[in-house]
Design a protein around this ligand. Structure first.
Ligand code: SF4
Ligand code: SF4
Length: 720
């Protein structure tokens, strides 16, 4: 599979994918149906507990990878299996080629195996003159089309039944109808003959159980049973990450794997193979069985303190199912061989930097993948980490270097914002938006109006609005983030008004700056650390009970990102290391503070019953796990809350993402606004100034009357 050479070429491919109406509709339908079936499948279960157990067990197993391999080998060889270990994909292919040659194999049937996709096994075997037939329906279809999978579980999800009918017509030489049942029958008929003729069957393996030397396969089509039983030779190609100490460990994962993959409680078939069985087609009545383990970087990964967690992946594909970007562009543009969030990371480790470098930039950091990963892998963080590593290896683009340089100096950054305000008049046309930006700044940005810089930043207004509170019940230090400070200061002012009513003292440390998330998203690790350290130092923890922020992205970054990026020793600054954890613990978002801490009451507000929809910012609902507070506040504040479809799906902002991938950002926004408009709401509330910028800009461009506000503004407006 080819990957785009550079970002420009990659963007061209993305545009092509966006133009594929069928793909978009198929992915949308699938994403909506998956959401419902997954929720049903996990209903009543302690999913978080299960994820924790799986993660812990996988981590322990991966730390014992070599030991488990030896145990598996001993047990499997006792049963008559030959066990091989391949360092690279090429070596695995060569081992399998030699097994085929030695056994006089000419025809091979294969069941679905991502590991075989990883090693490009089919190409190797075909180059040796062997006939290889994929027997999983989706895999067979893509094999006939000479393309790679677009999903790890459903490899041909991007194709319509009519495309498949056309393909099958070519293969069978007879016209086939676009009727799914009939097409399945055609495939079954064509493939049956292949099973009967094949001398070798190749499978993957969901588990390689060390205590018994067993290979386990979870499938839905039954083809894997035919592949592993009918031919006289069976080869299972499995990654070392599939080593599982015991059957109990495997059963724990099986509780989650089909539920997370397809919303099924269990797959149609779970096959356990312990040693070679009897085989009628073999001259001595006994099957020849081999297990080829693939390393290809897995042993090194197991020792990597940051990335070892990727080996917890059970290949359920859920991280693609929920990814809003994957949903727009499909797997050929959102992975190399492995697809979705995990694919962006594994591509770097298994297929190299060149193949990964464009892909990792296309993550909007919405956290949807992390929220559903049954391995509990922090996928967004690792994607950012891969991006940063690639930039360290290849050199940093000028743009991100400059942004890093500017953000590292708060004074320079703020001076630039102030000068932008001074010169923006000709482009605002007297509106709160930048209407006539030069093309260099506005390329691709026509889908939303961009806001103007505020007349007076919040930091300059603060002294005049600072509440005079005597004997405060709580002390809050406000972290505004750069958007509220310089673009929407009225949002922070609204919050101050509510806090003052509750006898809360408010401080605004002037040395605070941007939270640093934009530079982290751009792979500027050093700059993001430096900004984080400056912000932590800007706050006097002795004089505040809470660090309150009205920006969901800032809140999540300050709370969870800072301790991670600054590291346990804060690069040798013991003073800061002691502070960063306390700093993070004190961070709270506006809705949680007002709802849970201040416990505001309906009597404090003038109810007007206006209809309001809500957009759940990614970093609030998933980053901080806050879902109830803002919705309940809407009712407390006297509004009628109208739920919208997919409230928690990203609005397409993603900070610098919307500048880098405006076409994708525009599509995400379009969907979001359509869902909001369907509610009939006159107000749209949310908890993040970045989302407000995106939503307000999109609605303004459409000429919509829907008013977008921060929850704080809506509450402050109705304060009695
Ligand atoms: S990373 Fe997590 S969600 Fe994605 S395929 Fe692996 S286990 Fe499933
Ligand atoms: S963080 Fe969001 S955009 Fe990025 S890979 Fe995960 S789901 Fe996709």
């Amino acid at each position: 599979m080819q990957n785009a050479r550079d970002l420009k070429e990659y963007k061209g491919e993305l545009s092509g994918a966006l133009g594929n109406e069928f793909l978009r509709t198929a992915m949308d339908n699938f994403a909506m149906a998956y959401r419902v079936s997954r929720a049903k499948a996990f209903a009543g279960m302690d999913v978080d507990g299960l994820v924790r157990d799986i993660a812990q067990a996988k981590d322990q197993a991966m730390a014992r990878m070599d030991e488990l391999f030896e145990e598996f080998k001993t047990q499997a060889e006792r049963q008559g299996v030959t066990v091989h270990l391949a360092k690279t994909g090429q070596e695995a292919n060569e081992i399998i080629g030699r097994i085929a040659e030695k056994a006089g194999v000419k025809r091979i049937v294969k069941s679905k195996s991502m590991t075989a996709e990883e090693t490009l096994l089919n190409h190797h075997l075909e180059d040796l003159g062997l006939e290889v037939t994929e027997t999983d329906l989706g895999e067979w279809i893509i094999q006939l089309r000479h393309e790679g999978p677009t999903h790890m579980v459903m490899p041909a999800i991007h194709l319509s039944r009519y495309q498949v009918a056309e393909l099958f017509s070519e293969v069978t030489g007879a016209r086939q109808e676009g009727d799914i049942q009939k097409l399945v029958k055609v495939a079954r008929r064509e493939l049956r003959a292949k099973y009967a003729q094949a001398e070798m069957g190749i499978s993957g393996g969901n588990f390689a159980i060390a205590e018994t030397g067993t290979i386990a396969l979870c499938t839905n089509e039954g083809n894997a049973r035919l592949v592993t039983t009918l031919p006289r030779v069976h080869v299972a190609l499995v990654g070392l990450d599939k080593l599982t100490p015991t059957l109990t460990d495997a059963l724990r994962v099986i509780k989650a794997l089909p539920r997370n993959a397809t919303g099924q409680a269990i797959t149609s078939y779970v096959t356990w193979i312990t040693g070679p069985g009897e085989c009628q087609s073999s001259p001595d009545g006994k099957k020849e069985m081999h297990v080829v383990f693939l390393d290809n970087g897995r042993r090194k990964l197991a020792k990597d303190p940051v990335f070892s967690q990727v080996l917890r992946c059970v290949r359920c594909g859920a991280c693609a199912n929920v990814c809003p970007v994957y949903r727009l562009v499909g797997g050929h543009q959102y992975g190399h061989i492995y697809i979705g969030a995990i694919g962006l990371i594994l591509t770097y480790f298994y297929h190299g930097r060149e193949k990964a470098k464009n892909l990792v930039q296309n993550c909007i950091n919405c956290g949807a993948c992390k929220a559903v990963c049954v391995g509990g892998i922090d996928l967004p963080r690792l994607i950012k980490e891969v991006h940063a590593r690639i930039q360290d290896e290849e050199g940093h683009p000028l743009q991100s270097q400059l942004l890093g340089m500017v953000l590292k100096s708060r004074k320079m950054f703020h001076a630039l914002l102030r000068s932008a305000k001074a010169v923006q008049k000709p482009v605002t046309g007297g509106t709160p938006y930048l209407r006539h930006l030069p093309m260099i700044f506005a390329r691709g940005q026509g889908f939303r109006a961009l806001p103007a810089i505020a007349e007076t930043p919040f930091r300059d207004r603060f002294e005049s609005i600072k509440p005079k509170v005597k004997g405060p019940k709580l002390r809050v230090a406000l972290f505004s983030g750069c958007v509220q400070d310089f673009v929407y200061p009225e949002q922070a002012e609204a919050a101050v008004k509510i806090l003052a009513k509750h006898n809360v003292s408010v401080d605004f440390p002037l040395d605070q700056s941007c939270c640093g998330l934009p530079v982290q998203m751009m792979g500027e690790r050093e700059a993001s650390r430096s900004v984080a350290a400056q912000n932590v130092r800007a706050f006097d923890l002795d004089s505040c009970d809470y660090i309150l922020t009205l920006c969901a992205s800032c809140a999540s970054h300050l709370k969870h990102g800072y301790p991670e990026i600054l590291g346990p020793d804060c690069e040798g600054d013991p003073g800061l290391a002691a502070t960063v954890r306390q700093f993070a613990d004190r961070v709270i978002d506006f809705s949680s503070f007002v709802h849970d801490v201040l416990q505001v009451e309906p009597a404090e507000f003038r109810a007007d019953g206006r209809k309001a929809a809500y957009h759940a910012p990614c970093h609030l609902c998933r980053g901080l796990g806050v879902t109830k507070a803002p919705r309940e506040l809407m009712a407390t504040g006297g509004l009628e809350y109208l739920p919208a479809e997919e409230e928690d799906v990203c609005c397409g902002f993603g900070g610098t993402y919307s500048m880098k991938f405006p076409e994708l950002s525009a599509e995400l926004l379009k969907k979001k606004l359509a869902n909001i408009e369907k509610t009939g709401a006159e107000l749209l509330l949310t908890d993040c100034p970045g989302c407000i910028m995106q939503l307000r800009g999109g609605l303004a461009t459409k000429g919509s009357p829907i008013k977008v506000q921060h929850v704080a503004e809506a509450l402050a407006e109705r304060l009695r």
